[in-house]
Design a binder for this molecule. Structure first.
Ligand code: ZN
Length: 129
């Protein structure tokens, strides 16, 4: 899956799970862009969100991926089920310590994604189905 497809899938999933941009207006559509834009030149590639009405909001892909609210929506809270190998039976991540039921795996995913050599590859491999 290419970078653009991974991000589009992740964004759609987060939106489906109730994530919002932080603006009052709902997201009508979004697009991945590498286009030159004088306002966003420092954050290519970026995602441009078209909001209800005439609004729009753009954010660099890493700025978006590393938002706590975004990660929380992407990996919704689920019950921790310890497997024999100590990892979460629901999503397959571990915290490096004994977790209890209700632990928040999104935090672990976010940390791992931030330090991954290729955060988008991490995202692609660990996106909930
Ligand atoms: Zn989990």
């Amino acid at each position: 899956m290419d970078k653009q497809k991974v991000l589009e899938k992740a964004i759609q999933k987060a939106l489906d799970n109730g994530w919002q941009t932080g603006w009052e207006e709902a997201v009508e559509s979004f697009e991945y862009s590498t286009a030159d834009d004088e306002h966003y030149v420092q954050m290519q590639p970026y995602i441009r969100f078209n909001l209800e009405g005439d609004g729009e909001w753009s954010i660099g892909i890493f700025g978006l991926m590393y938002r706590h609210e975004f990660a929380q929506a992407l990996w919704p809270k689920h019950d921790w089920k310890t497997r024999d190998d100590g990892l979460c039976g629901s999503c397959g991540v571990g915290f490096g310590y004994a977790a209890s039921s209700g632990s928040e795996c999104w935090k672990e995913h976010l940390q791992q994604m931030v330090i991954a050599d290729d955060p988008i590859e991490y995202l692609a491999a660990n996106m909930p189905t």
